[in-house]
Ligand binder design. Structure first.
Ligand code: HDL
Ligand code: ZN
Length: 420
């Protein structure tokens, strides 16, 4: 039975939902951005926007020059080639291309004149501090979580030197080399004064826990994170599984930190594309089910790379309260898939998830990644509140605001504070 709701009532409710989604500041819980203290690691401006690895991959579909020749060019030349191929020779309809135009438009630049030198000139006149503020305001961001790796030589030096942190940059401790490349990592950790020895042992596990504790404290990490191949197994008779079981998860549990697992990436399917060379395969999520079940006191956040895994991930989240699903990661960060994922997540887990993270690698990208995502997420939520209205349940402005604040970082913060 449909209550006799007028079209204008529904339209007014939709408008209200869209406004709240547009206006509510968001915690961006996974990016590759850096506090300006990290200097050149923080990418920004038109040439970084155009040489973003998503656009590199798309450009090579039109290039016939050898990969190696492209990589020999300087960044400006690479950007010019990408601009010509993806914006001038063809309309910029892909999500990553459209994002550049959305960003330039939001910054007040008339990209439609197709005048790349003029755009370059404008960016050259900006200061990084003012530009950070402008991007954060235009994106409606409350906080930006970095991906911080003690295994990155440039980054490690900055942490050891110390710096005054900008309040809106938070940290996540990235540990891929520890889990996925133990032999080499053990040698490096030994050099850094963590006696891991050659073989995995109680001593090695203690050294790993100390390493994690030192870096989580140094960074004030909000969570620990690792990306995993699609065939990752747990339990398993290998170093990765033993390190998780004996060191990483005990540390995370005692420190109250979630472990974010990001499975499904197949690194370097085309090495000639460098950073753009990674691919995706459907993940066997049994490992995640086993982790959530075997470690009920641990908190797991998960974003999975293959579209085919998303429904199964929602069902896993229904089974395990210590699993928080988040974001439309990388190849799923497109309007059509964000819509599908946000609908199924809302329909299966209500509001106890985080619909998006930007994964931005270039500061300016937070503008388009959040503008595009807010549009899709807003439309899905508007449908859901209208569906409720049609069966007699009208949500107040305060209730909708509360719900959206939860989706935009509040529920993840609750999850991070929770102890099971
Ligand atoms: O492993 C990751 O965190 C991925 O997000 C990769 O950094 C990837 O290159 C990327 O930038 N995806 O958006
Ligand atoms: Zn990422």
């Amino acid at each position: 039975m449909h209550f006799n709701i007028t079209d204008s009532h529904e339209a007014e409710l939709r408008e209200r939902v869209l406004d709240i989604v547009d206006e509510t500041p968001v915690d961006d819980i996974h990016t590759h951005l850096y506090d300006p203290a990290f200097g050149p690691l923080l990418l920004w401006g038109i040439d970084d926007l155009l040489t973003y690895h998503y656009l590199v991959a798309e450009s090579f579909r039109y290039f016939d020059l050898p990969y190696a020749d492209f990589w020999k060019f300087d960044k400006t030349t690479q950007a010019n080639l990408i601009w010509d191929a993806l914006f001038l020779q063809h309309s910029p309809v892909s999500e990553a291309c459209r994002g550049v135009i959305t960003t330039l438009h939001a910054l007040g630049l008339e990209a439609k004149h197709r005048d790349l030198p003029a755009i370059r000139k404008w960016f050259a006149e900006q200061s990084i501090d003012g530009h950070i503020q402008k991007c954060i305001e235009l994106a409606g961001i409350k906080s930006i979580c970095m991906t911080n790796s003690p295994f990155d030589d440039l980054e490690r030096q900055v942490w050891h030197k110390g710096f005054d942190r900008e309040p809106w940059f938070t940290s996540a401790l990235r540990i891929d080399p520890l889990i996925l490349d133990w032999p080499r990592t053990a040698r490096r950790m030994n050099e850094w004064g963590y006696p891991t020895g050659e073989e995995l042992s109680i001593g090695a596990f203690d050294a790993v826990k100390k390493f994690l504790a030192d870096w989580a404290e140094r960074m004030d990490a909000k969570y620990v994170m690792v990306s995993l191949p699609p065939d990752f197994e747990f339990p398993a008779n290998n170093e990765s599984a033993e390190l998780l079981d004996q060191a990483v998860l005990p540390f995370c549990r005692d420190a109250g930190l979630p472990l974010a697992v990001m499975p499904g990436v197949v690194r370097q399917v085309n090495p000639q594309l460098l950073l753009a060379g990674d691919g995706v395969e459907r993940t066997n999520l049994t490992f995640l089910k086993n982790l959530c079940a075997a470690f009920p006191q641990n908190k797991f956040a998960a974003t999975v790379l293959a579209r085919e895994n998303q429904h199964e991930l929602c069902v896993l989240a229904r089974k395990f309260r210590n699993l928080h699903i988040f974001g439309c990661w990388w190849f799923t960060n497109t309007p059509s898939i964000i819509e599908e994922m946000t609908r199924e997540r809302t329909e299966l887990v209500g509001l106890s998830y985080t619909p998006q993270h930007s994964d931005a690698r270039v500061l300016d990208q937070i503008i388009y990644k959040w503008q595009h995502s807010r549009t899709v997420i807003g439309d899905v939520l508007a449908d859901k509140y209208v569906d409720l209205l049609r069966v007699g349940w009208e949500c107040s402005e305060e209730e909708i605001q509360r719900d959206v604040e939860g989706l935009f970082g509040g529920d993840f913060a609750r999850f991070c504070r929770a102890s099971f």
